[in-house]
Design a protein. Structure first.
Lengths: 285, 415
């Protein structure tokens, strides 16, 4: 009789890279549906174009480099979906395609693929589009100025993600519960951001950060497992410094792009924070 | 972060009861059942031995668990995966060797523990040093969901407390703690049993794996830190186990460590706790517990997270065995590893506070000095990081490789 032998452990948790990635995609489905409901066909076109372009780019690149094609793990779909959600709906269809191709080809593949990349690919794609075609990316409207944004269906939304803060939070609660995104980053940043804005006299900007875009940024983009630090202390530091950067960006920049650049800048600090917060084992040195 | 590892269905109360099994026709007693050098055999082929007779001596002592005839002394498979010199005994009916119950006195107990060959589940002797001990911690938690500790406490509460008191008197410890999981049925039994003793405390811990790590227990229970390179004993804390307490009680009453309560779990007819003679082949134990349900794909000694998968079911139960787990093909995880995604779940899970994913990466690229900088030697190989890893990386295996690499480099430096 033959038995399998392998190193321990002989049981493994059910979570896998696939379940993490597809689970995060699933958490974004409700808000995507709400966006399609509010914006109609253009929103659907943007999402489809972005996701399909991301997957096709990944397959082609990994095939050309004769590396195992990992498009099935959902990472490309997630990047494409996140990029689509932070774009306005009334843009030419080639815009999300260009963004997705750049995100996968440059921000993901060149930086070594999932796990080793430094900057969030969806944000890199967004930054690339913003630098290349700034005029095409301006939103037709912004969430209501001066009043708290509508939690359920935001009719003044300019981007797909802004349609419903409640649905983003719903998905966010799911991924935080399942730990598909980092709890420490997301919660420390969210908790710290609101009081510090009030203290700094930026209270009039408060409605902005209660939009879906901000919740997406803090929960899905900043707390993304790949780009955020890994040490326990490091993740808290990351969340706190991120809030400082967001506050600075909010002062000088448009609210949503400001947050995106704050996260991108913070991504660069991730490895540095990790290196300086190596934990000591419980016994001490 | 407490992580609960669930691997088999909730153990029924009836399964907790310790059952006895038929003595096998042949036992294989390895001459190395402890962490240390192989013992010398005191018997040769053709000798007639009786149960309880000393057959191996050296760093530890090994006794025959059955009465019978020695048919071979040769290298045979051992649960750790290597071949170890073992004594094979064909059993025949014989009266158990009578050993005079010795009078218990503090001076003698230390002698008895050595004479009876009592070995903790981690392979070390119960009393290793003569360091001053002020606290004793008894680990009554269920490693890897194996319930043999709970079963022992339910069946022999008085015996365990008796040994603990004797041990406290011997080393001069002022207090003792028995650590039991919150949901364990043994909790109430042990609480009742220790009511008269004010200096013995029963502590309930939440259910999480690995509960029985020495350093973690010492930190949480005795509130003392064990720095690198020292043992809990250096800090005046002795960590022992329920199994050792039962063995001490038996030893005081003249029976050396020749039997062991183990948990048989997984895909077997009736999963339960059984009292097994040391040296019984695990195939025989599984047979006695109702055999395998379906074709066994993997047989694991000592639990699903940190146990060793066996290539044959002819390996014997030894003093450090706590359980046998049988897995069928559907339980075996064959998912290929994916790249690390930096999710930091392993960092959250590590009970020691290491960075397993970095150790994996550095060991993988043979950067052993970097592994050493990240305290790779502190790793207790509990396997929690590899359990939780969504990328299914063989982290424990790679950390072992890293430790091995460091040890080799040090050997080269010496020569």
């Amino acid at each position: 009789m033959t038995f399998t032998i392998s190193p321990p452990p002989h049981v493994k948790s059910r979570e896998s890279v696939k379940s993490v990635m597809w689970g995060t995609v699933a958490a974004l489905i409700p808000v995507s549906l709400a966006a399609i409901y509010l914006f109609g066909l253009p929103a659907l076109m943007v999402i489809l174009a972005s996701v399909i372009a991301a997957v096709v780019t990944e397959v082609i690149i990994y095939w050309a480099a004769s590396q195992p094609i990992t498009a099935g793990d959902g990472n490309a779909v997630l990047i494409g979906l996140l990029l689509a959600l932070i774009l306005p709906p009334d843009i030419p269809i080639w815009i999300p395609i260009a963004g997705s191709v750049f995100a996968i080809a440059v921000a993901k593949y060149i930086f070594g693929g999932t796990g080793t990349l430094i900057f969030h690919p969806a944000l890199i794609g967004f930054a690339f589009l913003l630098a290349a075609w700034p005029t095409l990316l301006s939103t037709a409207s912004t969430p209501h100025l001066g009043s708290f944004s509508d939690l359920f269906l935001e009719t003044g939304a300019g981007r797909l993600i802004e349609v419903s803060p409640a649905l983003v939070l719903l998905g966010g609660a799911f991924v935080l519960y399942k730990r598909y995104v980092d709890r420490r980053v997301a919660i420390s940043a969210t908790i710290l951001l609101i009081p510090s804005m009030l203290i700094l006299g930026m209270g009039w900007q408060l409605p902005y950060i209660l939009t879906g875009g901000f919740f997406l940024g803090l929960i899905f983009l900043a707390a993304d497992p790949v780009t955020s630090p890994v040490t326990k202390r490091g993740r808290l530091v990351y969340g706190i410094v991120l809030v400082v950067l967001i506050l600075i960006q909010l002062h000088f920049n448009a609210y949503f792009t400001g947050m995106c650049f704050a996260i991108l800048l913070m991504n660069a600090f991730g490895p540095f924070i990790d290196k300086n917060t190596v934990p000591t084992p419980i016994g001490g040195r | 972060m407490p992580t609960r590892v669930t691997l088999c269905e909730a153990q029924e109360a009836s399964a907790l009861k310790i059952a006895t099994i038929k003595t096998p026709d042949q036992v294989i007693i390895p001459l190395q059942q402890h962490a240390g050098a192989v013992c010398n055999s005191l018997v040769s082929v053709g000798d007639i031995v009786s149960a309880g007779q000393l057959i191996g001596d050296g760093e530890s002592r090994i006794h025959s668990s059955v009465s019978g005839e020695v048919t071979a002394v040769s290298e045979l498979p051992h649960p750790t995966g290597k071949n170890v010199p073992s004594v094979v005994i064909n059993t025949h009916e014989g009266a158990e060797k009578e050993i005079e119950p010795e009078e218990l006195s503090t001076g003698k107990l230390r002698h008895i523990i050595r004479e009876a060959g009592i070995i903790e589940p981690n392979g070390l002797s119960t009393l290793r040093t003569k360091a001053e001990i002020d606290t004793i911690i008894i680990n009554g938690t269920n490693t890897d969901d194996l319930s043999s500790n709970a079963a022992l406490m339910l069946d022999y509460p008085a015996e365990i407390v008796y040994s603990l008191k004797a041990l406290m008197e011997l080393v001069g410890a002022k207090k003792a703690f028995i650590v039991i999981e919150l949901n364990s049925e043994a909790l109430q039994v042990m609480r009742t049993e220790t009511i008269p003793d004010r200096n013995i405390k029963v502590i309930a811990t939440p259910m999480y794996y690995p509960p029985g790590t020495e350093d973690v227990l010492v930190k949480n229970v005795a509130k003392k830190k064990v720095p690198r390179g020292s043992t809990p004993e250096d800090r005046g804390v002795l960590v022992s186990s329920i199994a050792a307490m039962k063995a001490i009680y038996d030893a005081v009453h003249g029976i050396p460590m020749i039997k062991k309560v183990i948990t048989v779990a997984g895909a077997v007819g009736s999963p339960r706790n059984v009292l097994v003679d040391i040296g019984t082949p695990i195939g025989h134990v599984i047979e006695e517990c109702g055999g395998c349900n379906g074709t066994p794909a993997k047989i694991i000694v000592n639990g699903a997270i940190s146990g060793t998968a066996q290539y044959t079911d002819q390996v014997p139960v030894i003093k450090t065995t706590t359980g046998i787990l049988v897995q069928t093909e559907k339980d075996v995880n064959r998912e290929p590893p994916a790249p690390c995604i930096n999710c930091a779940w392993c960092v959250d899970a590590c009970p020691i506070g290491l960075m397993p994913h970095l150790l994996y990466g550095y060991a993988d690229s043979a950067e052993f000095d970097r592994c050493a900088d990240l305290y790779i030697d502190d790793c207790i190989e509990c396997g929690l990081c590899a359990y939780i890893c969504p990328s299914k990386l063989p982290i424990v295996q790679m950390i072992r490789y890293g430790k091995h690499g460091i040890a080799e480099a040090e050997m080269e430096d010496l020569s």
